[in-house]
Design a protein around this ligand. Structure first.
Ligand code: TYC
Length: 104
């Protein structure tokens, strides 16, 4: 064999990344409650999260039945702003609707 040390037929060893990368995207999660109206949640999903009426209704029902659900996935600052907007719209309408941020 005439191969030099460390070489194998021109193959280059690549390090396969297995570490988890820091998330650059965040889920905005809507939380269920007993007082916010379904209609208001659908309106919020349409106006703040740009969902179609059908998708907004589907997400709202998911939250209603499961306790929480993803309204959208965004970079950190966008997610933060969406949560603030939901919170202030809800406060204005006197509903206890809440949204939180989770890592993707
Ligand atoms: N559970 C509410 C009701 O029965 C509806 C609702 C859905 C509230 C989703 C909040 O994030 C929510 N009126």
């Amino acid at each position: 064999m005439s191969q030099r040390q460390g070489e194998t037929d021109g193959a280059v060893k690549e390090r396969v990344k297995t570490e988890k990368k820091e998330p650059t995207q965040y889920k905005v999660v809507l939380l269920n409650d007993d007082y916010t109206t379904m209609e208001f949640v659908v309106q919020v999903l349409e106006s703040v999260f740009q969902k179609s009426p059908a998708e907004a209704y589907r997400i709202m029902m998911h939250v209603h039945q499961n306790g929480s659900g993803i309204a959208g996935v965004y970079p950190w600052e966008v997610a933060e702003t969406k949560v603030e907007t939901v919170t202030s719209l809800a406060r204005e309408a006197q509903f206890p609707l809440r949204a939180t941020i989770e890592e993707v």
